[in-house]
Design a protein around this ligand. Structure first.
Ligand SMILES: [Zn+2]
Length: 331
């Protein structure tokens, strides 16, 4: 896979070298990740139904392919609508000086108002995730825990939402810009958004799963970005993390076909630097070692007879990542 090189002309059409334009390392570079303090647990009212792992400490629902009939699909749509609404309201609260813990509070209150349980809260068995969303700032690849750090102008933050309601999980995320974000970093965010929608557009019944990676990885490389290999999308429905594993990097042998009624996530993480990352001391936060920014978007997707449908959309058709209709794919 040919990744755009420093002395190549930038993908944006400016005519400048990549390293002087969207690949400008000095403008992309961020401070190393610092973990803030994590607030006390936010309570969930008794009337909200919990997923099995909260009480049992482990997943007891089947983890196989999540394939829906009409009845379960209605419930799946409901969970995905809630997730989309929580993400939009939380994203609207992103601002300079707001802490990621405050974003967690906005999300938590919205889940509850809409009758949903925040799927991440007490997920992970012994590791026991403590919050209602993940907030991954700058060089945090994923699974950042909301904490006391105020967002600063120039930051980017991924907000990852999963709602459990009517026995189903709906999962969606988006990366938001805080205050004044420089053009190289905006280019990363926009490319990641488009890569996600291109991956989704490649879903079609009977085609192999690797069509998603084929749509994402070369596109990212053509703009000088890497794609995280180890984290992929996942089957989702009655089970939060189910089969299949959805690769965003092209993988030989990724031949399982999409089946009508399957639901899973597409959620590529794009990197600007070396792409190497490690886990922080909190046991969750995955951050790149070179402090270069990363971005991610995510939707829950249904395979339909005609192709695919994004389920993580609000009642009135909004999502934090736009829609396939807005994506002008080259013919
Ligand atoms: Zn450029």
């Amino acid at each position: 896979m040919q990744r755009l090189r420093n002395n190549d002309k930038c993908w944006c059409g400016s005519g400048a070298k990549f390293k002087r334009c969207h690949g400008d390392v000095r403008r992309l570079q961020r401070d190393p990740v610092e973990l803030g303090s994590v607030s006390a647990e936010r309570p969930v009212p008794e009337h909200i139904t919990r997923p099995d792992y909260v009480a049992v400490g482990s997943v007891t629902t089947p983890t196989g392919l999540q394939i829906h009939d009409d009845e379960s699909l209605e419930r799946m749509r409901a969970a995905c609508r809630v997730a989309a609404e929580v993400l939009l309201r939380t994203g609207a609260a992103v601002d300079v000086g707001v802490t990621t813990d405050e974003l967690d509070a906005v999300a938590h209150d919205t889940y509850i108002e809409l009758g949903a349980y925040p799927s991440t809260l007490h997920y992970g068995g012994a590791r026991d995730y403590p919050k209602s969303i993940c907030t991954s700032v700058n060089g945090v690849v994923c699974h950042g825990i909301p904490d006391s750090r105020p967002l600063r102008s120039g930051d980017i933050v991924n907000v990852d939402v999963t709602a459990f309601v009517e026995g189903m999980h709906g999962d969606t995320s988006a990366t938001f810009c805080v205050g004044e974000v420089d053009e190289p970093t905006r280019g990363l965010v926009e490319t990641t958004r488009e890569a996600t929608l291109r991956g989704i557009a490649a879903v079609s019944p009977g085609e192999p799963l690797r069509r998603i990676a084929e749509a994402i990885e070369p596109f990212a490389a053509s703009r000088g970005y890497g794609v995280v290999k180890e984290y992929g999308g996942h089957g989702i429905g009655a089970t939060f993390h189910a089969t299949p594993h959805i690769n965003h990097c092209i993988t030989r042998g990724d031949t399982m076909p999409f089946e009508v009624g399957m639901t899973f996530t597409v959620e590529p993480m794009l990197t600007t630097g070396s792409g190497g990352y490690r886990q922080a001391a909190d046991g969750w936060t995955e951050h790149v070692v070179d402090s270069m920014p990363t971005a991610q978007f995510e939707h829950t997707v249904l395979v339909t007879p005609e192709g695919r449908e994004i389920l993580t959309v609000t009642e009135d058709g909004r999502t934090a990542a736009g829609t396939l209709d807005e994506l002008q794919l080259p013919a």
